[in-house]
Design a protein around this ligand. Structure first.
Ligand code: GLA
Length: 363
């Protein structure tokens, strides 16, 4: 296993990091030009960079203990985590910045594949490290947009803007209100005296990509039928009731989810925030149909735990993690209680937040 000292032969020239995200409200709204309220994870991805002395980019993941090398100019596209990094480099070059051959060392304590946007964290940390090393101007919104392009064009994931905006602009203690159409954004305080719990269901998100694209197409069709640019523009929620199924349910979820975010962003009590999270999950389960029995089981276990005010799946669905809002001081105990109920049903869940103090995630 390489250490940064061995890899760089000394200290790196630039060092940057970025968090993942947990979305609290506003799921499947970003590609409908809507609203969302994510928060940053305490877990982060770190990128160290130096110039290389040959004509190749050399990447090393301390987490995967894996190397990726690709030509600084031309050559074939790298695979795996290298595709996200290549995207960031090529898109920075497209801004007119000369990027020299690089040595890059990446580590993360973010769980990969749990739906906490480890890919956005890698993109944002890479772009921050490039900005620091090369000294070009790039504001944090533009940076998020480039990170999203890297994911779409190079990693071939047709995502919205939420994850990259969250990784670029969120902190751990506040939610970030995002308007996906205008990219207007501001921090919103967490409901008073609350803490978050995030538990991974242990179910890989195998169907997520194909179903995600299917949902996007359904939303576009619903917008076309309603004669609006995007579902964000549906003024009266009753309008969607004229649509045939499954478009009716899909559009109902998006329109009501936007209203939930707008209400929460004004500042509501902890109890009301919990109710909005519960309503969000129920709508994702029944109308948007992106939940699975394991996520429903975990959400129910979280809701039944002492001090929990509301719980829902977080991210695209079809596996990954669930998030709960809980009264301050109860998170650890409530997470344990929910996990033990869930795992008794033969599942392999694990607590991601509060970050376990022993045996911290190192993937
Ligand atoms: C994934 C995508 C986001 C967003 C969510 C669902 O995380 O990357 O852009 O669409 O799903 O809310």
């Amino acid at each position: 296993m390489n250490t940064p000292e061995i890899f760089f032969g000394g200290a790196p020239e630039a060092l940057a990091s970025a968090p993942g995200r947990v979305n609290l409200l506003g799921e499947h709204t970003d590609y409908n030009d809507g609203f969302m309220l994510p928060v940053a994870t305490p877990q982060r991805t770190e990128v160290a960079l130096s110039r290389s002395h040959d004509d190749q980019h050399h990447l090393y993941s301390g987490t995967l203990d894996g190397n990726v090398t690709f030509a600084a100019k031309g050559g074939s596209a790298p695979q795996g985590f290298g595709s996200y990094v290549e995207g960031c480099i090529r898109l920075v070059e497209a801004l007119g910045v000369a990027v020299p051959p690089l040595r890059m060392y990446v580590t993360t304590n973010l769980p990969v594949g749990s739906g906490l946007s480890s890919s956005a964290a890698l993109e944002v940390a890479t772009l921050r490290a490039l900005r620091q090393l090369l000294g070009f101007e790039l504001d944090d919104v533009k940076l998020a947009q480039i990170a999203q392009r890297a994911e779409i064009d190079y990693a071939r994931v047709n995502c919205g803007i939420m994850d990259q905006m969250a990784s670029s602009l969120c902190d751990e203690r506040s939610m970030l209100f995002i308007d996906a159409r205008t990219l207007e954004h501001h921090l919103v305080q967490m409901p008073p005296d609350t803490e978050l719990i995030v538990v991974d269901s242990g179910v890989p998100r195998t169907l997520a990509a194909s179903k995600y694209n299917e949902r996007r197409a359904e939303c576009e069709e619903a917008s076309r039928k309603l004669g609006v640019k995007a579902l964000r523009d549906v003024g009266d929620p009753e309008t969607v009731e004229t649509l045939p199924e499954p478009l009716r349910g899909r559009a109902r979820h998006v329109v009501l989810e936007d209203l939930r975010v707008l209400e929460a962003a004004k500042g509501v009590s902890a109890e009301r925030f919990g109710e909005l999270m519960n309503a969000s999950h129920d709508s994702l389960r029944d109308d948007y149909e992106v939940s699975i029995p394991e996520l429903d089981l975990l959400v129910n276990a979280l809701r039944a735990a002492p001090g929990v005010l509301g719980a829902r799946l977080t991210g695209a669905g079809f596996g990954g993690a669930c998030v709960a809002l809980c009264r301050a001081g109860h998170a650890q105990q409530a997470a344990q209680a929910a996990l033990s109920t869930y795992n008794k049903a033969g599942r392999q869940g694990r607590i991601l937040i509060p970050v376990p103090t022993q045996g911290k995630e190192q993937q």
